[in-house]
Write a protein that binds this ligand. Structure first.
Ligand code: ZN
Length: 250
């Protein structure tokens, strides 16, 4: 190869590299936007009207305490509108060992978290089992977050067969509540992360939810009633437990 050709090749490679790098990052951004659009479409498909969807940098929030990360894996199966759930479950293999990591910001409420875990882990005939872990491998991270006034916590629905990945607790906001109410908030958000919707979705004007077969209808005692921060049921109701056993039978 002549010196001139070699020079041309070097120029070509240099430009090619720059061009490649540029289109690579543009492609990445496009993919991220693409997935966010899919997540938004999925939320609409679940029936949430546009005016109930609040956009954040990294996520969409609906009904105040349910978060859809923009990078979440959108479930492939279609959701049918009819205690209530999203129609998307944690796989049988994963629900028996949902590894919960408590961020350092939340360890001051470890006793409340332990009580909430105990409620889910002792539902009769039900496979749901939460396990506390401390390492870098986990399924769900529970973290303190200032969610403003009126919102006790936020959860995430399951996707891709995994439990929702994050639970945010408004620790300072619920600090003045009773122990039982603080633990209720944690237990309630954990319910979202295994697919439970608000039992009182209809009364709250929320989007239609899928009824758990044989366990639909309203339930004033349900811990999954929404909008009851600091005042709601503090233990899983009989129907909550029945619903959990139907969705995740032992
Ligand atoms: Zn909720």
């Amino acid at each position: 190869m002549s010196m001139k050709n070699l020079f041309s090749l070097a120029i070509l490679l240099a430009f090619g590299f720059v061009a490649c790098k540029k289109s690579g990052s543009a492609e990445q951004n496009a993919n991220q936007d693409d997935n966010a659009a899919k997540v938004l479409a999925y939320i609409r498909e679940l029936g949430f009207p546009a005016d109930q969807i609040v956009e954040r940098d990294d996520a969409y929030v609906v009904e105040e305490d349910i978060v859809f990360p923009k990078n979440m894996q959108v479930p492939v199966e279609k959701v049918k509108p009819e205690q209530y759930y999203t129609g998307s479950l944690v796989t049988a293999a994963k629900v028996v060992n949902i590894r919960l990591k408590v961020d350092a910001s939340m360890t001051s409420m470890q006793a409340e978290i332990d009580a909430a875990i105990n409620q889910w882990n002792t539902v009769p005939n039900c496979k749901i089992h939460w396990t506390l872990v401390t390492g870098t491998s986990y399924d769900v991270l529970m973290v303190n977050s200032n969610l403003g006034s009126g919102v006790c916590g936020q959860g995430t629905f399951p996707s891709g067969g995994n439990a929702g990945g994050t639970i945010w607790i408004n620790k300072n906001y619920i600090a003045g509540n009773s122990f039982a109410q603080r633990s209720r908030t944690i237990c309630h958000e954990m319910g979202h992360n295994v697919s439970f919707r608000h039992t009182n979705w209809s009364a709250r004007g929320e989007s239609s939810a899928t009824a758990v077969p044989g366990v639909g209808g309203t339930d004033a005692s349900s811990i999954m009633n929404g909008g009851q921060c600091g005042s709601g049921a503090t233990v899983l109701s009989t129907k909550d437990k029945q619903a959990a056993a139907v969705l995740y039978p032992l």
